[in-house]
Design a binder for this molecule. Structure first.
Ligand SMILES: Cc1cc2nc3c(=O)[nH]c(=O)nc-3n(C[C@H](O)[C@H](O)[C@H](O)COP(=O)(O)OP(=O)(O)OC[C@H]3O[C@@H](n4cnc5c(N)ncnc54)[C@H](O)[C@@H]3O)c2cc1C
Length: 194
């Protein structure tokens, strides 16, 4: 993989590392190194990075790393993780929550409780991020992400941002037909007032 032009990228607040130890980034503290690790602090930074990196190698998006087993062999590609600016939570129209995909499912669940909304309690025991939960259609206690998701805002690996409505996604047990070339940025969830 050519990484010289990545080294020249204007980084601003984003973090770009080379030969980064993946042990620090997953729930199980295992695995080898990645050639490049990019922690996006802003959407602009992420767009710039993807446009520069475009089609130069493999990209893996990492959430909290609670559902990945990272190999001891080095990863000859880029691992991308969402930074703090993708961890916002806000409430809209009393029953809709907009969550950054970098925030933990536990925090989203807690936020819905504080706002007297029911439906997201199941997330409190899943040790992953909202982005990972959408990708996996995670669930427990007979509830899954698909039951509360309204729409998801994503960026593709070419740097184009799009919104996908839940009705356009085919969910299955612990997965969906959402393209692998998407990074989920934020999502809207609907709870019931209780
Ligand atoms: C102790 C324990 C208990 C668990 N209990 C449950 C349970 O009850 N129910 C359940 O369903 N799962 C459970 N899991 C599995 C795991 O926590 C979930 O699948 C979780 O939703 C994964 O989220 P993550 O952020 O850790 O994703 P990761 O493990 O980091 O990634 C998982 C997948 O999501 C993709 N991904 C992550 N973030 C994004 C993003 N922003 N955009 C696009 N793709 C993304 C990754 O590329 C990868 O394909 C458990 C795991 C552990 C270790």
């Amino acid at each position: 993989m050519q990484i010289d032009d990545l080294k020249k990228l204007p980084i601003n607040d984003d973090e770009l590392y080379f030969d980064y130890d993946l042990k620090k980034l997953n729930w199980f503290n295992i695995g080898g190194k990645t050639k490049v690790f990019f922690k996006a602090k802003s959407l602009t930074g992420l767009v710039n990075f993807l446009k520069t990196f475009k089609k130069r190698g493999k990209i893996f998006v990492l959430g909290a790393g609670s559902n990945v087993l990272i190999s001891d062999d080095d990863f000859n590609g880029v691992v991308i993780k969402l930074g703090k600016n993708f961890q916002n939570l806000s409430i809209l129209n009393e029953n809709l929550i907009i969550a950054g995909c970098g925030i933990s499912q536990k925090k989203l669940s807690e936020f819905s409780r504080v706002n007297s909304l029911t439906g997201m309690e199941f997330m409190s025991c899943i040790p992953g991020s909202v982005g990972g939960g959408i990708r996996m259609n995670s669930g427990c206690f007979d509830n899954e992400f698909k039951d509360v998701l309204v729409s998801v805002q994503c960026i593709d690996f070419d740097g184009s941002v799009k919104m996908i409505n839940k009705n356009d996604i085919k969910f299955k047990y612990r997965g969906s037909d959402l393209s692998k070339d998407l990074i989920f940025l934020s999502a809207t969830f609907e709870g019931k007032k209780k």
